[in-house]
Ligand binder design. Structure first.
Ligand code: F0G
Length: 482
């Protein structure tokens, strides 16, 4: 919850208390340098024993509630027909309003099934913006083009626009005309658009997209992996929604979609996912493939325990204290950095504080994987593990050339209900130091590189041994390894 302080500022205060804790450790700067070198300057390849604050992602690393832990214990383990699944289905109906639901092992498994069944080979799949795994399935599984119809404002990192995740309606009309509606697999709206810096779309925009889909007989699929953050921003920012509850906004959003899917690893704080709909015929098209790729229909590749916890997580995620838990820390984080002149994506979104790496390290050439270099540098000076969301996260084109990302973002994710404001203050301090010493950051080059989703396993090296020099400068200024 945001509380007003006597000085007029807002402070995000946690609406939960820690009843179980995990010890974390901060290793010396010298060891951090060694760890990032061994990880090939890829933070995915670091080990958690070498990470102080794990801000790689908000996926699968959130704190569950006491009631979710209770649900783990109460779950009924059965291969088929578990009551836990039916209780989960009741939660889906109550919270999202869908009659039919299937679990899948995580979000990309839903993308796989949807692309397989509804994708149009040789055609196009339309979205407000891609996510890495979504694009991979659109291209590999459905052999179609991933068309991103974001508004121009979306790529302006410094902005006041409250809904940079909106789809551009004119572009949507033009694309349908150009491709012909029979070539369009589906239209996908991603809530709190991940790779644009966690930026939401408005309810008005979602309803306009719905209207165009209706006019053209197209299916609208909602990726609700970050649904409640989008609902939170509609509540805070969109005219006419301030007096509605998050629960009502979530239902209204869900009602626009023909098919809804989500990674459960974010909003519901468990490892899993789901696909839901009110359209029995569409559900029937997906159903036969579930046991082939995921599992029997009452478990879909998840453990019953996590399905139980997911049902509780669904009911809890619409509580404003839960929906706003990371958004409010991100607001504090982003606004503090912005006030210091450190380039961040504004307005603050969901999921993470995103550093605009192109502006943070303007001396770096685009060939040097700017966001990757900034993320590696941040780890060396802080032990904080962030994630590159830039050109490394784009795979090469068919001729082997780099595809330069629209945005070079260093993503410092905020897992839900895990870290405190003093952790964030620590990162702010180290970022401030790094920004002052940004001339020391140079580029990276690939040493080994897988052909698909290269950001997961690719290894790189630092040009001109800049990481050594950065580590030395840090140790000199701080009088030691911390
Ligand atoms: N859709 C969105 C919007 C996502 O953010 C993610 C995952 C997925 C789909 C895929 O879900 O991981 O359960 O298979 N985002 C994670 C991240 C990986 O770190 O942002 P998944």
């Amino acid at each position: 919850m945001l509380v007003k302080l006597a000085n007029g500022k807002e402070l995000p205060v946690e609406m939960h208390k820690a009843r179980m804790v995990q010890k974390i450790r901060l290793i010396p700067a010298e060891d951090r340098l060694k760890a990032i070198q061994e990880a090939g300057y890829n933070t995915f390849l670091l080990r958690t024993k070498d990470v102080y604050l794990d801000m790689l992602t908000d996926s699968g690393v959130n704190s569950m509630s006491d009631n979710q832990y209770a649900a783990l214990m109460n779950a009924d383990d059965a291969y088929a027909g578990s009551q836990t699944f039916y209780d989960f289905a009741d939660a889906v109906k109550d919270v999202l309003g869908y009659e039919h639901v299937m679990n899948v092992h995580q979000g990309r498994a839903a993308e796989h099934l949807l692309s397989k069944v509804f994708g149009k080979p040789g055609g196009v799949t339309i979205t407000n913006y891609h996510f890495t795994t979504t694009k991979a399935h659109i291209e590999l599984t459905s052999q179609s083009v991933c068309l991103e119809l974001y508004a121009d404002e979306a790529l302006k990192t410094k902005s006041q626009h409250p809904f940079k995740g909106n789809m551009d309606i004119q572009k949507l009309k033009d694309a349908i005309k150009k491709w012909g509606r029979e070539k369009v697999g589906f239209v996908r709206m991603e809530a709190t658009t991940n790779l644009l810096g966690g930026q939401p779309f408005s309810m008005e925009n979602l309803k306009e997209v719905r209207k165009i889909c209706d006019q053209n007989g197209l299916m609208l699929i909602l990726d609700g992996s970050l649904l409640t953050e989008n609902a939170y921003f509609i509540w805070k920012r969109e005219k006419g929604y301030a007096n509605k509850t998050i629960a009502e906004i979530v239902k209204e959003m869900a009602a626009q979609a023909d098919i809804y899917y989500m990674s459960g690893r974010k909003n519901t704080c468990v490892r899993g996912g789901m696909i839901a709909t009110n359209n029995k015929a569409l559900f029937g098209q997906l159903e036969p493939w579930l046991p082939v790729y995921e599992g029997f229909f009452t478990y879909g590749g998840m453990s019953m325990r996590e399905i139980g916890a997911m049902g509780v997580g669904l009911r809890e995620m619409v509580d404003p204290a839960v929906a706003g838990s990371s958004c409010e820390q991100i607001k504090y984080f982003v606004e503090t950095l912005d006030g210091m002149g450190i380039p961040v994506v504004t307005p603050p979104g969901g999921l993470a504080c995103h550093i605009d790496a192109r502006k943070f390290a303007p001396n770096l050439a685009k060939e040097g994987y700017i966001a990757g270099a900034v993320v590696a540098a941040l780890y060396i000076v802080s032990g904080v593990r962030a994630m590159e969301r830039g050109t490394i996260s784009m795979d090469r084109d068919k001729d082997g050339n780099d595809v330069y990302a629209d945005l070079e973002l260093a993503r410092i994710a905020i897992p839900r209900r895990v870290y405190t404001i003093s952790h964030i203050e620590y990162i702010i301090d180290r970022l401030q130091w790094l920004h002052k010493n940004r001339e020391l950051i140079k580029g990276l080059k690939f040493v080994s590189e897988p052909p698909v989703l290269r950001f997961f396993l690719g290894k790189l090296d630092a040009l001109d041994q800049w990481s050594r020099k950065l580590c030395d400068a840090f140790k000199k200024d701080f009088g030691g390894d911390w």
